[in-house]
Each structure stands twice: as structure tokens, then as C-alpha cells.
Design a protein around this ligand. Structure first.
Ligand code: DAK
Length: 257
């Protein structure tokens, strides 16, 4: 019940569903997310994933404070490593596009989850921030890294140090979200983007995700990954279909192979 998954037209709408705690991330919800992505990887019915929060108030209001309040240093470090590997990095490196539809508060671990997605849309009421230092901790699910990548080092420093919250328009100006729309339009708007993506070559998209992410990996030359993946694209059925359809002046029907 922590996760509601609805699949339609090759788009999986995944709703984080703990409304009593503003969808805060507890262990069960993180496990469910991890399991969902493991299964979705091999599910041909899914080409794009949209993550959103239940209710009208919150995407995810952070990690569940009740749960982590009693952790010690060792547990904190282990759980950060496990969470980053099983959920946040898994989403970032997922070979199908993952879009966060930020429908309200995205705080702490909630903003970290949205930032692990490939890009973000937001409703006008959305509020984003990393308030960890008000609790005496720092972001532990990749927030110090991804916020600086997305908005620049100076803005990330200020947001994390002040624990400030920014509204959706500011987030768009910062490049943290790509689009801001009215709340009642958010899901349809985001599904519209997802269906454009779903009509394109899923094989090519997977290779593009890998190449774009390579720029942010230590010790990896993104240009080399691009060259390799560019070459690999030529052997695919999607490439044959895409180029043939263009030459035959018809819309491509990609097999996704
Ligand atoms: N955890 C648990 N419960 C939460 C919660 C959270 N993060 N956020 C909200 N809730 C609960 C509230 O306690 C309240 O429950 P009841 O009292 O009704 O039982 C219910 O949701 C409704 O919230 P409010 O009554 O507070 O609603 P308001 O509209 O008045 O305020 C708010 C909305 C979002 C401004 C407020 O709820 C708020 O400030 N929430 C906490 C925001 C926050 O500080 N989040 C945590 C950031 S730190 C880790 C890795 C990462 C992290 C931790 C550990 N490890 C690897 C171990 C990350 C840490 C963070 O995310």
C-alpha cells in the first residue's frame, strides 16, 4: 500500500502513498521502490516511469524522522550507502526514463529522490529544500552532490546551509525543475511528455541516459561512452526501423530492441 503503481500506454505512474506522514520515506517505502525498479527493468509494458506523491500537499516530506531519530553513526552510514545503491543510484542509472512530478513539498530525502530522477516537473504549490542541518545531519541520499550538479555549487551551498525552501518558480529559474504547471494539470502534463518519450526508440534512450550520466561519474570519460554507445546504436532493430520509416515517409514503430 506504500506504493500505487498504475500502468497505461507504456507509462508507469508510481504514487508514493503514506499520506499520514506526507509520504515520508521509511524503510518499507524505500524497499518497495527498490523492488519496483528491479521488476520494471524487465517489464516490456513499461517504457517511462513517473514518480509522484499522494494527496495535494506533498511529494515527499523527507526521510521519516521518527525512524531515523535513533540511528547511530554506523547505522546512518550503512543505511545511506544501502539507500543510495538500492534506490537513488538505481533510479539515476535506470535504463528507462524516470520523471518526478513534484506535487507539493519535496524536502530532504524527498528532494533527493526527485533529483535522482532524470528530470522533474512541478506544480505551482511545490516547495523544495534540504532542511537536514536543522535536524543536525546532512543530506545522505546524494543531495550534496546532485543539488550542486543541478543548480550550481553556490546555490547548493546556500540552500543546504540555510535549510531554506524554494518555491516552484524559483526551482525552475535554478534549473531544478523543467516545467511548472497548475496542480490539477501536473499529471496530464507530465504524462504528455512521457508519451512523447515512449514513442521514441527505447534502446537509443537507454544509451543516451548512460552517456549523459557518464559526465558525472568519477574516472569515466563521457565522450568515450557517447562514442561507444553511438556505435552500438547502429546494430539495433530500432535503428533499422527509425531510418527505414524516415525514408518511407511513415511514423516509426520501434520494437525496442
Ligand atoms: N517524517 C515523519 N513524519 C513526517 C515528516 C517526516 N519527514 N514530515 C511530516 N510528517 C508528519 C507529521 O509529523 C504529521 O504527523 P502527525 O503529527 O499528524 O502524526 C503529518 O506528517 C503532517 O505534517 P504537519 O502537521 O507537520 O504538516 P504541516 O502542513 O503543518 O507542515 C511540513 C508540513 C512539510 C512543513 C512539515 O511536516 C515538516 O516540516 N516536515 C518535516 C520536513 C523535514 O524536516 N523533513 C526531513 C528532512 S531530513 C538517512 C538518509 C537521508 C536522510 C535521513 C537518514 N539515512 C541513510 C539514515 C534524510 C533526512 C531528511 O530527509
Amino acid at each position: 500500500n506504500n506504493l500505487i503503481v498504475e500502468i497505461e500506454n507504456k507509462i508507469a505512474l508510481v504514487t508514493l502513498n503514506r499520506p499520514q506522514a506526507l509520504n515520508a520515506l521509511n524503510k518499507d517505502l524505500l524497499d518497495d521502490l527498490s523492488n519496483f525498479f528491479t521488476k520494471a527493468d524487465n517489464d516490456d509494458k513499461i517504457r517511462v516511469v513517473i514518480l509522484t506523491g499522494s494527496g495535494e500537499k506533498s511529494f515527499v516530506a523527507g526521510a521519516d524522522i521518527k525512524e531515523f531519530a535513533n540511528f547511530d553513526g554506523k547505522q546512518g552510514e550503512q543505511l545511506a550507502a544501502k539507500g543510495q545503491e538500492n534506490v537513488f543510484n538505481k533510479i539515476e542509472n535506470f535504463n528507462k526514463p524516470v520523471i518526478a512530478a513534484v506535487n507539493g513539498f519535496a524536502l530532504g530525502g524527498g528532494l533527493e529522490l526527485a533529483m535522482a530522477c532524470h528530470f522533474r516537473t512541478a506544480s505551482t504549490n511545490a516547495k523544495m529544500g534540504l532542511p537536514e542541518v536543522t535536524l543536525g545531519v546532512i543530506p545522505g541520499y546524494g543531495g550534496t552532490q546532485r543539488l550542486a550538479q543541478l543548480v550550481g555549487k553556490g546555490r547548493a551551498m546556500e540552500l543546504i546551509m540555510t535549510a531554506g525552501m524554494i518555491d516552484a518558480e524559483t526551482a525552475k529559474n535554478y534549473g531544478l525543475v523543467n516545467h511548472v504547471v497548475a496542480q490539477e494539470e501536473l499529471l496530464d502534463f507530465t504524462k504528455g511528455i512521457a508519451s512523447k518519450i515512449a514513442n521514441n526508440s527505447s534502446v537509443a534512450i537507454a544509451k543516451a541516459i548512460e552517456a549523459i550520466n557518464a559526465n558525472f561519474e568519477d574516472g569515466t570519460n563521457g565522450y568515450e561512452v557517447e562514442i561507444k554507445n553511438f556505435g552500438l546504436s547502429f546494430g539495433t532493430e530500432d535503428f533499422k526501423e527509425g531510418t527505414t520509416a524516415f525514408l518511407e515517409k511513415r511514423k516509426a514503430e520501434f520494437p525496442g530492441k
